[in-house]
Design a protein around this ligand. Structure first.
Ligand SMILES: [Fe+2]
Ligand SMILES: [Fe+2]
Length: 232
């Protein structure tokens, strides 16, 4: 059957196994410590963020369970995000071996974003399921961001070519491609749950603050921990 321009891409779950050898270059992105720690902050933020995306979509299983096509797409979304977080999390061990303390950021991130803000919001705004709806709209907004960043990473070869070890480039390119494949899936769930524009805007505001705040915090914390930063 011919693929039409309006067809939604299939979010395939691919088996991957990226391997990072020790010792891994400490300033692996373009020999630039700050840029490297911005990328390292993504290795630290993605896994917990992706677990949040999965629970945010699953909270509305009742909405999509009787729609076989959407249910299958959600299963693939969950499968892709589950593979992403496992692959990124492998790099935490390499960061430890580089005399960095990745868990210091992860602990702050978990305490404030997930055990703090998310738990509080889901409990406090139970009426009309507002807390869960906002969490889903934040997920949709973050998927929009990750797909935009993914697209710019794929299109702008200056960001990737010759800037990092091949295995790391392959990890980010694979993740980027899958982000583009699945970006519409949580949005399609949100449209079924609540098509309110105000809800989408509130998700975008929270996501915009959270994404850049935590990536910035991770970059600052890792750069401060890096004893070799001044040797550059
Ligand atoms: Fe992802
Ligand atoms: Fe995603």
């Amino acid at each position: 059957m011919a693929t039409t321009l309006t067809a939604k891409p299939e979010a395939k779950i691919r088996k991957v196994n990226f391997k990072f050898e020790k010792p891994f270059p400490k300033h692996w992105y373009n020999d630039n410590p700050v840029a490297t720690h911005f990328m390292n902050a993504q290795h630290l933020a993605f896994p917990d963020g992706e677990k949040f995306f999965i629970r945010s979509v699953k909270a509305f299983a009742d909405v999509y369970k009787n729609d076989p096509e959407l249910r299958k797409r959600v299963d693939n979304f969950i499968g892709q995000e589950g593979t992403h977080y496992a692959e990124h999390q492998k790099f935490w061990d390499i960061m430890e071996s580089q005399d960095l303390q990745p868990m210091k950021f992860v602990d702050v991130f978990r305490k404030t974003a997930w055990n703090g803000l998310e738990t509080w919001a889901r409990k406090t705004f139970k009426k009309n399921n507002i807390g869960n709806k906002v969490a889903l709209s934040v997920t949709v907004a973050l998927e929009h961001y990750t797909a935009m960043l993914a697209e710019s990473g794929i299109i702008n070869k200056d960001i990737t070519e010759g800037k990092m070890p091949e295995e790391m480039k392959n990890l980010f390119m694979w993740h980027a491609a899958e982000e583009i494949e699945h970006k519409a899936i949580p949005f399609d769930v949100l449209k079924k749950v609540d098509d309110s524009y105000a809800l989408r805007i509130s998700g975008m505001l929270i996501a915009s603050w959270g994404l850049w705040f935590y990536l910035g915090l991770g970059t600052v914390m890792l750069t401060a921990q890096d004893k070799d930063v001044n040797k550059k």
